[in-house]
Design a protein around this ligand. Structure first.
Ligand SMILES: Nc1ncnc2c1ncn2[C@@H]1O[C@H](COP(=O)(O)OP(=O)(O)OP(=O)(O)O)[C@@H](O)[C@H]1O
Ligand SMILES: [Mg+2]
Length: 489
């Protein structure tokens, strides 16, 4: 069991602490010099020795603990174990004196994420980055993104220790990493995406760790409206199109907020729909009750006949009666399959890496993906999500543009409806009637659903406003408001 204390940097007194908060029993200090310092409960040498003994014995019951369902049950078992050992070794009095601190470390190591536990539990930490065993681990902080990557006071220390830590992290995602499979990614139960390299097979300086964290409670559309990522009119427009089973694409660079945008757009979608998600690494958190999540299967060593890829899953999803299919991310030929499946009448959303809508569409049309013009016509809209630096230096996510795609005699045209303007921090078009005039799809949808587009959009904006007014940030609260749309339609 890897055990390391986080030792608090001595210069914390001098440094300017700009933020300070608790994460469970630990404290976090953020300094203007770009540090993220963790102070955990401390143990004396004698206490540490007792801890080491107790946890060594605990190792034997690890398989049993892993089988227990809830953290509560696990903690209960751990506590019982500690007291039993205390009695057997005649140390009840000693252990009573520091039981809380002892329990902290046992829980951290056995149930938590060990040395990274505070980083994983701190909802304000967006990414955890470790490039070398002998340098401090970096973090990106949601509220202090102006400092970019903060230096923590965690160092993994030794390459073999970091390797065993990397293996343990991957075990939590149900996968195993080793010399023959030295690059691996996976997602934990809490949907953190963990990407590691093992040994120095492929990473020159030994093992590495990159963890993308999502907020404990996924952002609803209300969050994105409040953050200014999307406008009410844009949200209402996408919501209306999706109701008509539109097929849309989110384009953006890495970390620009594509997955988050899909998750939060889905908080507007009919709660009674059956949604199918298809991913390589499951990250999506779709709020509807009827969600069928599919993920690819790859064999650990070599490509095998038993592998199941995105394409096969898309084909299978067609026989699962979806109202809406989300393919988490497309990169290559699977995009073709996705466009084909869009022709069968369900709605869909997907994301693709790219620096703008035009180049993403060109890439889809060119070799090797080669989506034919007759298939490109199936796409209704494309959104470009970006991460920008605000005037205060902090990151902000904004939809840079939203384009409607319409069929023409020769293929498709893309009409940009909304474009982000940095100076005014707004998205240009903000008038319902003007949007109805400009959008062909809206008029088409209105006919399809038998609605009047302007008044329909107004109604949806009214409900989105209600979410903001009533501070509806969690899913049940958002659904309770937005589902009114479907009840009195
Ligand atoms: N609109 C937003 N406002 C604030 N934070 C956001 C927003 N969108 C995303 N984030 C945060 O940014 C991080 C990256 O977001 P996300 O994973 O959605 O990006 P991505 O474009 O899907 O990245 P990748 O290309 O690596 O899959 C997450 O921690 C997420 O919580
Ligand atoms: Mg993503």
């Amino acid at each position: 069991m890897v055990f390391r204390f986080t030792t608090l940097d001595a210069c914390i007194q001098d440094a300017q602490v700009i933020d300070h908060y608790d994460v469970g029993e630990a404290q976090v200090y953020i300094t203007s010099t770009g540090k993220y310092l963790i102070k955990e409960p401390s143990l004396s040498q004698e206490e540490y020795n007792i801890y080491a003994k107790v946890s060594e014995h605990l190792m034997n019951s690890l398989p049993f603990i892993d089988k227990l369902e809830t953290d509560g049950e696990k903690i209960h078992h751990l506590e019982a174990h500690v007291w039993q050992e205390a009695q057997e070794t005649g140390q009840v009095e000693k252990i009573s004196k520091f039981f809380d601190r002892l329990r902290y470390y046992i829980v951290r190591e056995v149930i938590g994420y060990g040395i990274f536990d505070v980083l994983v539990r701190d909802d304000d930490v967006e990414e955890i980055l470790a490039e070398r065993f002998d340098t401090d681990v970096g973090v990106i902080h949601r509220r202090h993104s102006e400092l970019h990557i903060l230096d923590t006071n965690i160092v993994l220390g030794r390459s073999d220790e970091m390797n065993s830590y990397v293996s343990r992290l991957m075990q939590r995602t149900g996968k195993s990493v080793n010399i023959s499979k030295p690059i691996m990614d996976g997602t934990t139960m809490a949907k953190h995406r963990i990407m590691v390299t093992y040994g120095n097979e492929v990473s020159v300086n030994g093992p590495t760790i990159t963890i993308r964290k999502f907020p404990a409670k996924p952002y609803a559309i209300t969050h994105l409206l409040k953050f200014g990522t999307i406008s009410r009119l844009m949200a209402a427009y996408i919501w209306l199109l999706i109701d008509a089973k539109a097929f849309g694409l989110i384009v953006g660079e890495t970390g620009s907020g594509k997955t988050t945008l899909i998750n939060s757009l889905m908080t507007m979608v009919n709660p009674r729909w059956r949604i199918i998600t298809i991913e390589e690494t499951p990250e999506l958190q779709i709020p509807q009750k009827r969600v069928l999540s599919l993920r690819t299967r790859t064999s650990p060593l070599i490509r095998s006949d038993n592998d199941i890829d995105i394409m096969e899953l898309i084909r299978a999803s067609l026989r699962m009666r979806p109202d809406f299919v989300i393919v988490g991310e497309v990169r290559g030929r699977e995009a073709n399959e996705m466009f084909q499946s869009a022709a069968t009448g369900h709605g869909g959303l997907s994301s693709i890496h790219g620096s703008d809508i035009g180049s993403a569409l060109t890439r889809l049309a060119a070799e090797p993906i080669n989506i034919r013009p007759s298939q490109q016509m199936l796409l209704w809209f494309a959104v470009h999500s970006t991460r920008l630096k605000g005037s205060d230096g902090r990151s902000m996510r904004r939809i840079r543009s939203l384009a409607e795609i319409n069929p023409t005699d020769h293929g498709i045209t893309s009409t940009t409806l909304f474009t982000y303007d940095r100076k005014t921090d707004s998205f240009g078009l903000d008038d319902i009637d003007e949007l109805v005039r400009k959008s062909k799809r809206l008029n088409h949808v209105a006919e399809l659903l038998g609605i009047e587009p302007a008044s329909d959009l107004k109604k949806r904006i009214g409900l989105l406003d209600e979410c903001i007014e009533k501070k509806a940030y969690d899913i049940p609260a958002v659904f309770a408001i937005l589902k009114k749309y479907y009840h009195d339609i």
